[in-house]
Design a protein around this ligand. Structure first.
Ligand code: ZN
Length: 156
C-alpha cells in the first residue's frame, strides 16, 4: 500500500503524495450565481500555493474559494461542521440558499473519514466491473482487499 490511511492523501492538483495531514489543504468552490458549492478537493499546503485553486481566475467567473487546513477537517470538529453544513443545505433545498453538488460532497466525506478509501477509490470502478465488490462494502477489510488486489496491476 502506498498511503497511510487517514494520514496521507493524493494531491488533486499535482498528483503527488501529501505526506501528513499538516501538509494538506482543503478547498471548495462557491458559485455565487446559483448558490452552488462543489469542487471539494485536497491539495498540498504551502507558501507557494502552487496546488491551490487559482482564486483570481475563479473570481472573474463569479466564483469564490473556501478553504481550511486539512488537519482541522480531520478532527471531530471538522466532521461535525460537515454534517451541520449538510443539514443546512437540506433545510434550504429549493430556495435560494447554498446547496451542494451532492456527489462531490459524498466523495470528499469518504476521502476525509473512511480509512483506506483514499487509495481504494483509485481501483473502485475497475474492481466493481470485475465483480470484486458490490459497491456498498466500505469496511476496512474490503477496502484493503481491493487495494491489495489492484495496486500492482498497472493495467488500469
Ligand atoms: Zn500538490
Amino acid at each position: 500500500m502506498k498511503l497511510k490511511p487517514l494520514k496521507q492523501w493524493i494531491c488533486d492538483t499535482c498528483g503527488g503524495i501529501i505526506e501528513k495531514p499538516e501538509d494538506g489543504w482543503w478547498e471548495y468552490i462557491h458559485h455565487i450565481k446559483g448558490n452552488l458549492i462543489d469542487g471539494f478537493h485536497i491539495v498540498h499546503y504551502g507558501n507557494m500555493r502552487d496546488c491551490y485553486y487559482n482564486e483570481q481566475a475563479l473570481r472573474k467567473e463569479n466564483k469564490s474559494v473556501g478553504s481550511m487546513h486539512l488537519d482541522h477537517m480531520l478532527t471531530s470538529s471538522g466532521y461535525g461542521h460537515m454534517l451541520h453544513w449538510l443539514e443546512l443545505s437540506q433545510q434550504v433545498q429549493g430556495k435560494t440558499k447554498d446547496h451542494f453538488d451532492m456527489q462531490d460532497y459524498i466523495n470528499i466525506m469518504r476521502r476525509l473519514y473512511l480509512p483506506y478509501w483514499e487509495e481504494a477509490r483509485l481501483y473502485w470502478e475497475r474492481a466493481f466491473k470485475d465483480g470484486f465488490h458490490d459497491a456498498c462494502c466500505f469496511s476496512e477489510n474490503d477496502l484493503v482487499r481491493i487495494i491489495k488486489e489492484y495496486e500492482n496491476n498497472n493495467d488500469i
